[in-house]
Write a protein that binds this ligand. Structure first.
Ligand code: NAD
Length: 359
């Protein structure tokens, strides 16, 4: 068993193109890493009939982290066996309860945001979303007839230990950043919100160096577009996080730039995590070599930071992407009219050059 084996799951659509880019950058900064590639999603259904084959599962169990592309193929839409089922199976099996989504605007790309540049210049915060409990998982969850009326029921459940572990993650994250944590809830109307706030306050006693504040979710949604630079780490439960993290992502303007990490417990001596772009498989541009690899490359940086505990390599990758962008490198999705456009490989070559020149 290797302590630093990375599972590489390119998946479907643009997945193989952007993961090949990310892997080349990762291996440039960490040539010592062992890595193995396996099938997932539609590619796995094509080959084996299932989106998450036993060989892939076995690889994940031997690994410390997964570098994941995307899953989704139009021909499987509406079919009983779908590529996306692999994602849920992996999240569930490895209890990936903490979803980290950094939201940062690179210098030179401020114009891509729907907000005015002066509101987002230098924007740099992280959304931390609880991923395995709450409204999406609570039971009962069904549609019944109550006194002849068709009634859909979802259940919002949070248990104190679930709140405690994600809160602890949030404080630790804040401690590694600028030391500020904003916890989001709806404690004025929800029981689960009141428990959330109480537990977060209890955990806060262990982190006197972190400055904590609380926002009701409706106010958090407003603040994200009014004054997003006030945030450092934004801690939220599952459903609110689903919505707020997409809102936050859009502040940066381009879906192809944003990485994510889904973290679980310790496995093989490290924090097990799955690292992936927030976008999907982009079937409309797949196979053309034009996809933006930034999100995948930055996902590799997060892998270094959280699963390898290697902050220096994470920063080296992030700095190389920033330097490539500062030097004018652009893929089609982020180029302004008239700017020269690079292919996926062309952009990646620029990042590799910057890694080499900084190394
Ligand atoms: P998408 O994110 O794949 O694409 C939305 C738009 O963004 C498209 O126009 C696409 O070309 C563009 N885009 C996305 N990533 C890009 C990149 N790196 N560079 C340049 N442009 C990029 O969303 P969709 O079209 O709604 O979904 C496509 C498939 O992906 C579906 O099957 C869906 O279920 C699946 N999906 C998978 C994941 C995942 O694997 N985590 C997440 C979301 C959607």
């Amino acid at each position: 068993m290797s302590k630093s084996l990375i599972a590489v799951l390119p998946g479907d659509g643009i997945g193989p193109e952007i993961i090949s880019a990310a892997l080349s950058v990762l291996l440039k900064v960490r040539p010592d890493l062992a890595h193995e590639t396996a099938l997932v999603g539609g590619a796995a259904i094509d080959a084996t009939g299932t989106p998450y084959p036993p060989e892939t599962q076995a690889l994940l169990r031997r690994s410390v982290a997964v570098l994941f592309g995307a899953v989704g193929v139009p021909k499987y839409d509406g079919k009983p066996v779908r590529p996306e089922q692999a994602l849920l199976a992996i999240r569930k099996e490895f209890d990936l309860f903490a979803n980290v989504r950094p939201v940062a605007v690179f210098a030179g790309l401020e114009g891509a945001s729907s907000l005015r540049p002066e509101l987002i210049t230098g924007l740099d915060f992280v959304v931390l979303r609880e991923l395995t409990s709450g409204l999406y998982f609570g039971e009962p969850k069904h549609t019944i007839f109550e006194q002849g009326v068709e009634t859909a029921i979802d259940t919002l459940v949070y248990r104190a230990p679930e709140i405690e572990r994600i809160a602890r993650c949030g404080f630790e994250l804040a401690r590694r950043r600028r030391g500020r944590l904003t916890s989001v809830d709806k404690q004025n109307v929800l029981e689960s919100g009141r428990l959330w706030r109480r537990i977060v306050n209890e955990v806060a006693r262990e982190f006197p160096d972190v400055q904590l504040d609380h926002l009701l979710v409706d106010n958090a949604a407003m603040q994200l577009v009014k004054d997003p630079r006030r945030f450092d780490v934004l801690l939220t439960e599952n459903t609110f996080g689903d919505i707020l993290s997409d809102e936050a992502a859009m502040l940066t303007g381009s879906i192809g730039n944003l990485p994510s990490a889904s973290l679980g417990a310790t496995q093989n001596g490290a924090t097990f995590g799955m690292y992936e772009p927030i976008s999907g498989s982009a079937p409309d541009i797949a196979g053309r070599g034009i996809a933006n690899p930034i999100a995948a490359i930055l996902s590799a940086a997060l892998l270094c930071r959280y699963s390898l505990d290697d902050e220096a390599s994470a920063q080296r990758i992030e700095a190389a992407v920033a330097a490539a962008l500062a030097g004018g490198a652009r893929t089609a999705d982020i180029a302004m009219p008239g700017e020269p456009v690079l292919t996926t490989d062309g952009f990646t070559a620029r990042v590799l050059e910057k890694v080499a020149s900084a190394g």
